[in-house]
Design a protein around this ligand. Structure first.
Ligand code: FDA
Length: 457
């Protein structure tokens, strides 16, 4: 007799709220799964009834939001608007950035700027507009807390039960069942070891909200310290310098100077859809070499324009004799002590000599990057059916489906968290449209599997 493995449900286990078996449940609804939702919606619009995908996307935020904490007024995208949610997959889609501009009455005004790189704020508006058009496929305020395999009588995993925290559901949670899932939960803020966040110590991902609160409360800011040397760090330094005209802003980083991002045309080809094929096929040492050669297209680098602008500001201040913008290079923060008056004592070590300087600061911003969310803990029980490589990373097929044990039919697709198999574009927007199309086509093909023919839940 077949017995379910620990934690797994069976096809006869009751669902708490919903009886529908979805063809696909999306976990997270950022740009990656938004692009997939659009690909599915466009497919469903023309497919015969039996060929349509029944999809639902689960997002923990109360409404669509893309890196809201870094929507700095003048920050621009680092990807061409032609790499929007659809254009590379379907240039005639009406979900394109250009169609959005036309609808907002800004098409000609945008063109006159002669740029491929929209404001980040404007791209966010585009993403919100697109998300609103597929709102029938999304459940907001749904934070996925567990994913469990569901086995049929033969022991084969045929579904996943995806449980979400939802304040409006009975008991505060709700469970959905799906034949396949697509996980696209993005990155999470990364902090230095031992760093503790507080009212005065933030990660840059909360920059806009936190600055807004300080400005609204008229809290004086005399000195702000920013740790980090990447794009977010440089943007944070610039933004704080502009937002608090009386404050000194100290940028602390271990490098000698900011490194410019390599956005030259040949290097940019690492973001082409074909580069994903090359990377995927390559042996692991070639993958590593490619990654190392081209990490300066994305990691710990800053747009040249911003580097030059920060330098020019610092030099102007030097000429004027009032230096508000300071760069403490080849340095690290060796300690942070909150003071009784609410301020911070930030100890900065100059690495060449070990010399310490104490900065009394009103705030400290860790602009220390992002890292992939822990997939194993998110997948929970479902992680146990995933196969792993020698480095214990999940094995992923070219079609973005995780390789699973032979008794698993239900698929887990990944968007993001696949840098080790699909390369640098994994966490970026460059191939979002293409990847969404690849996954959507697989999901449609899987509808035809004999075991996928109408089943009672
Ligand atoms: P993303 O992180 O955007 O979305 C994941 C979603 O999953 C979020 O909405 C989150 O709330 C949700 N979620 C997480 N856990 C969940 C759970 N348990 N249950 C339910 N929902 C959950 N790239 C690029 O190519 N060009 C660019 O210009 C930029 N610019 C840029 C600026 C800034 C400030 C940052 C931080 C990053 C970028 N990026 C970028 C990179 C960025 O990772 C990329 O633009 C997309 O955000 C990737 O989209 P995803 O949907 O994969 O993740």
């Amino acid at each position: 007799m077949w017995l379910p493995e620990g934690g797994d449900a069976t096809v006869n286990s009751p669902l708490t709220e919903h009886d529908t078996v979805h063809d696909v449940l999306g976990v997270g609804f950022g740009p990656s799964n938004l692009a997939l939702a659009i690909a599915i919606d466009e497919h469903n619009a023309t497919a015969p009834r039996e060929g349509r995908l029944n999809a639902l996307f689960l997002e923990r935020q109360p409404c669509f939001g893309w890196h809201r904490g870094m929507l700095i007024d003048d920050a621009t995208m680092q990807v061409s608007f032609l790499k929007d949610l659809v254009t590379l997959r379907n240039p005639s889609s009406d979900f394109s950035f250009l169609c959005f501009l036309r609808e907002r009455g800004r098409l000609i005004d945008f063109l006159n700027q002669k740029t491929l790189f929209p404001l980040r704020v404007e791209f966010h508006e585009y993403l919100e507009w697109a998300a609103d058009r597929v709102r029938h496929l999304v459940a907001y305020d749904h934070e996925v807390t567990s994913i469990s395999p569901v086995r049929d009588e033969s022991g084969t995993v045929v579904f996943y039960d995806v449980t979400c925290r939802n304040p409006r559901a009975t008991g505060g949670s709700v469970t959905y069942r799906a034949r396949d899932i697509c996980v696209a939960v993005g990155l999470e803020p990364h902090l230095p070891p031992g760093a503790e966040l507080s009212d005065r110590v933030w990660h840059n991902s909360a920059l806009m909200q936190r600055v807004g609160e300080l400005v609204a409360a008229r809290t004086p800011v005399r000195r702000a310290v920013v740790l980090g040397a990447g794009q977010s760090a440089a943007e944070t330094v610039d933004y704080l310098h502009r937002s608090f005209p009386e404050a000194e802003v100290c940028a602390v980083f271990a490098k000698y100077g900011y490194t410019p991002a390599d956005d030259s045309p040949f290097a940019n080809r690492i973001f082409d859809p074909e580069a994903v094929d090359a990377y995927f096929q390559a042996p692991s040492e070639v993958k590593q070499t490619l990654f190392d050669y081209h990490r300066s297209t994305n990691y710990s680098v800053v747009d040249m324009e911003l580097i030059e602008s920060l330098y020019a500001t610092a030099y102007q201040e030097k000429v004027a004799g009032r230096e508000r913008l300071r760069f403490l290079n080849v340095s690290r923060i060796s300690g942070v002590t909150p003071r009784p008056d609410g301020l911070l004592d930030v100890a900065v070590e100059y690495l060449p000599t070990g010399e310490l300087q104490l900065l009394r600061a009103d705030l400290l911003v860790h602009a220390t990057g992002y890292r992939p969310r822990d997939l194993t803990s998110l997948l929970g029980e479902a992680a146990k059916v995933c196969l792993r490589d020698d480095s214990d990373a999940v094995r992923v097929r070219r079609d973005h489906r995780v390789e699973t044990a032979s008794d698993v039919q239900a698929g887990i697709y990944l968007q993001g968290g696949t840098e080790h198999t699909h390369g640098l574009t994994s966490t970026l927007l460059s191939t979002t449209a293409i990847r969404a199309g690849e996954i959507q086509r697989c999901l449609v093909d899987r509808l035809a599997m004999p075991s996928r023919q109408p089943t009672a839940a």
